[in-house]
Design a protein around this ligand. Structure first.
Ligand code: SF4
Length: 95
């Protein structure tokens, strides 16, 4: 899990000029990455992460990033891994 948390931090903002602009505006910047990797069965923790994403100005970019890169875990763009898998299947059906 530690690697996953570290990855989340790196992907959201690497802290240098190689970080895409949208990631610099992330509402989760500076927060504990663990917030965004709750147990999916822990509804309160998932909702806490989703609530932060809901107010994030780059939520859609984050969501599309997670879909495109097939992020396997965590809340990205306000959606859980399960919700993203469902979205990927939906897009395949409508492609
Ligand atoms: S949508 Fe959520 S995980 Fe993505 S950058 Fe914004 S706060 Fe972070």
């Amino acid at each position: 899990m530690a690697q996953v948390l570290h990855l989340h931090r790196l992907v959201v903002d690497r802290g240098d000029e190689t970080t895409p602009a949208w990631r610099r505006q992330a509402a989760c910047k500076g927060l504990d990455p663990g917030i965004f990797h709750p147990d999916e069965e822990d509804v309160a923790s998932v909702e806490a992460a989703v609530a932060i994403c809901r107010g994030c100005p780059v939520r859609q970019s984050c969501f599309e990033y997670a879909i495109a890169s097939r992020e396997p875990d965590g809340v990205w763009g306000g959606r859980t891994a399960r919700e993203r898998r469902r979205e990927i299947r939906r897009r395949r059906r409508t492609a």
